[in-house]
Design a binder for this molecule. Structure first.
Ligand SMILES: CCCCCCCC/C=C\CCCCCC(=O)SCCNC(=O)CCNC(=O)[C@H](O)C(C)(C)COP(=O)(O)OP(=O)(O)OC[C@H]1O[C@@H](n2cnc3c(N)ncnc32)[C@H](O)[C@@H]1OP(=O)(O)O
Ligand SMILES: Cc1cc2nc3c(=O)[nH]c(=O)nc-3n(C[C@H](O)[C@H](O)[C@H](O)COP(=O)(O)OP(=O)(O)OC[C@H]3O[C@@H](n4cnc5c(N)ncnc54)[C@H](O)[C@@H]3O)c2cc1C
Length: 581
């Protein structure tokens, strides 16, 4: 927090710096500096901001974002916590009517936060208006005791991020002033009348913002993992590549290069996509403040798509890096286990990936149908019904590969839409038909998202300002990324007729060439990510390459090494050894 203040970084931008990576097993303040700060910035009106933002900036108020309940996380409309307006006292009464309405999971809620943005079903004048955000004080600002009517606790150990206190929260007819409803977009007036927002999903804005932040942080996490695994692969010598010759660096093995180089490329692909979504988010935020919500659906879909893809890619990449380090990748001091556990949760939180991909698919199908009818569609999906441009680029050029992605994605959407129509004719119910097609729909969303990421990678590399040598390395990496994802998805390209079996063999050959060509660049590339050793926190990945010394030194810190004979020997082992069992 001192560093943020020193560098004049506003609270809500902390999550896109590396500040949170310093704590490896999660951070009780992350939801405060990200979602809570952003909810105040985007959902509170100016008067409310004046009241709470300075207190949050000074950490007098530490907040969390309390939306998910035991019974509902994905289906936000199904939340059960109620906020009923009492016109007599001009207050909202917050209540948790059932066990399933217990707020469950919010980061920092257990012990750290003294306030929260609570999403609750808003009732006024006898009518429910759906989930809305409320600023709620949970603990006394001086003693930190939970307030009467507020029941708080921590939910227990998790797969990872155990330095963060994820919490639970129940309300027992807990009263807050009317003015604690975040009123930038919708309001309840003193007489209880409801003023609706210009778009009914504006109250979901904090989730959209966080999804964008997650994309950025996924590229950082993956960058840490590839740095560790690549440096280690340059230090580690094992086996014989040529019988009788010295053991080579394991990075010489083609299989090792195949494990690492595509993920190094992936760091750039995710980072460039994150920058593009971030730019769009800033434009949309500016438009919203002028009352224009036209591009909000596009931002929602793009943030869902990129959050889903980047969390999946970075999690898989980190696990591959761990495996690429053999046994030493399994030791906590390698840094890889905590990178994995603190990244795999991004697949689930802020919208479970399958659910987000189905949002993307819904948009693709709607846009495809609109395009066929000649109705206007937004820029990122115009290609679904645009004429093919395959013939315009030299065969197997980067542009041709992007076109192959585009046409294959459009083709898959077309096929799936036909399947949806057939299923609808059988079921006579759109929702059942949708469910029967949902695996295919997720594939549509994945291919569309991959197309977007590939396109962003290529267009950024083509326009980047860099020396010829640096540009050339980035071009090779980008090429490797495109070919790698084509080989992983070959079925789609064969089905769409955009690439033949011969094309795929040619591309595969080129991929192997690229692995060899990029091998000498692997260490410089990860060095260029420029992580300090303290931040990497890895015995395997430190800059000086003293892997074995660091492993040995770290082992000395194990509590079991404080004494030669452990207490357990006297208590359990010795009796066992003498028992003749
Ligand atoms: C790697 C290291 C990590 C470090 C990261 C740093 C930053 C992270 C910081 C903190 C850590 C975060 C901790 C995690 C915190 C949480 O998890 S908070 C809880 C998050 N919860 C969710 O994300 C819930 C997911 N569910 C939803 O968002 C929605 O329920 C839904 C979108 C799935 C469905 O909403 P629903 O209201 O039911 O809508 P639909 O009927 O499906 O759709 C109606 C139309 O509304 C459009 N729409 C939906 N959402 C939005 C939106 N946000 N904006 C704009 N439009 C939206 C949807 O597309 C439909 O449009 P059409 O009718 O035109 O098709
Ligand atoms: C580490 C961590 C931190 C978190 N922090 C916070 C926080 O700070 N604040 C907060 O409010 N919440 C937080 N959460 C909660 C998180 O947002 C939810 O867990 C997440 O949105 C998933 O919802 P769920 O748990 O209800 O999963 P479910 O929706 O129950 O998912 C279970 C399965 O059902 C499937 N499924 C569900 N709906 C559909 C559908 N419509 N179509 C197809 N398949 C479907 C999913 O794909 C998944 O396979 C956190 C969670 C974790 C793990």
């Amino acid at each position: 927090m001192r560093k943020l203040a020193e560098h004049n970084i506003p609270l809500r931008e902390a999550s896109i710096t590396q500040v949170h990576s310093v704590l490896r097993d999660g951070n009780p303040l992350i939801v405060h500096t990200s979602m809570f700060a952003n909810a105040l910035a985007s959902l509170a009106n100016p008067k409310q901001q004046q009241q709470w933002v300075p207190l949050a900036e000074k950490n007098r108020i530490i907040g969390t974002y309390a939306q998910t309940e035991i019974g509902h996380g994905t289906f936000v409309r199904g939340l059960e916590t109620t906020a009923i307006f009492d016109p007599e006292t001009k207050e909202f009464v917050l209540h948790s009517p059932t066990i399933t309405s217990t707020k469950w999971w919010p980061g920092g809620l257990g012990k750290t936060a003294n306030a929260a943005i609570v999403m609750a079903q808003l009732y006024t004048q006898g009518k429910c208006y759906g989930p809305h955000p409320f600023f709620v004080q949970l603990r006394d600002f001086d003693t930190h005791h939970s307030l009467p009517g507020v029941i708080l606790g921590e939910i227990g150990p998790r797969l990872g991020i155990n330095s963060q206190d994820n919490g639970y929260l129940r309300f027992d007819h807990y009263r807050i002033p009317r003015t604690n409803m975040l009123m930038r977009h919708s309001q309840v007036l003193e007489d209880g009348s409801y003023v609706k927002p210009i778009h009914n999903k504006l109250s979901y804005g904090t989730m959209v913002w966080t999804r964008v932040a997650i994309v950025h942080s996924c590229s950082k996490k993956l960058a840490c993992a590839v740095t560790i695994a690549t440096r280690y692969s340059a230090v580690r010598h094992q086996s014989e590549l040529v019988p009788g010759k010295p053991e080579p660096q394991i990075l010489e093995y083609q299989t090792q290069q195949y494990k690492l180089l595509p993920h190094i490329a992936s760091v750039f692909a995710i980072l460039f996509s994150a920058s593009s979504v971030l730019r769009m988010q800033r434009n949309v935020a500016a438009s919203i403040s002028k009352g224009n919500v036209e591009l909000l659906p596009e931002l929602h879909i793009l943030s869902c798509a990129m959050k889903a893809l980047s969390s999946q890619d970075s999690t898989q990449g980190i696990e591959t890096c761990r495996l690429a380090c053999g046994g030493h990748g399994y030791i906590a001091s390698s840094g890889l286990p905590s990178l994995y556990t603190s990244t795999t949760c991004t697949i689930t939180y802020e919208g479970e990936n399958t659910v987000l991909l189905l949002q993307v698919a819904r948009y693709l199908i709607k846009s495809y149908r609109a395009g066929l009818e000649g109705l206007p569609v937004l820029p990122s999906v115009m290609y679904l019904t645009a004429p093919s441009a395959m013939h315009q680029s030299p065969p197997l050029s980067n542009q041709a590969l992007i076109e192959a992605f585009r046409i294959s994605s459009a083709n898959l959407v077309k096929e799936t839409e036909s399947r949806l129509c057939r299923q609808f004719n059988l079921e006579q119910n759109f929702h059942y038909a949708w469910n029967r097609c949902s695996v295919a729909l997720v594939h549509c969303a994945e291919l569309h998202s991959r197309y977007y990421m590939c396109e962003k990678f290529l267009s950024t590399v083509e326009s980047i300002r860099a020396s010829d040598r640096v540009r050339s390395v980035l071009q090779d990496l980008c090429r490797l990324y495109l070919i790698h994802h084509i080989t992983l998805n070959q079925g789609h390209f064969l089905r769409s007729g955009t690439l033949s079996g011969v094309d795929l063999s040619t591309l595969e050959e080129e991929m192997y060439e690229l692995l060899a060509k990029l091998r000498p660049q692997a260490v410089p590339l990860v060095d260029a990510f420029d992580f300090r050793d303290e931040l990497l926190g890895s015995t395997l990945g430190a800059w000086d390459g003293r892997v074995y010394e660091r492993l040995y030194e770290e082992a000395q810190k194990s509590p079991l090494n404080k004494t030669d004979v452990s207490k357990a020997y006297h208590k359990y082992l010795q009796p066992l050894m003498k028992s003749n069992l």
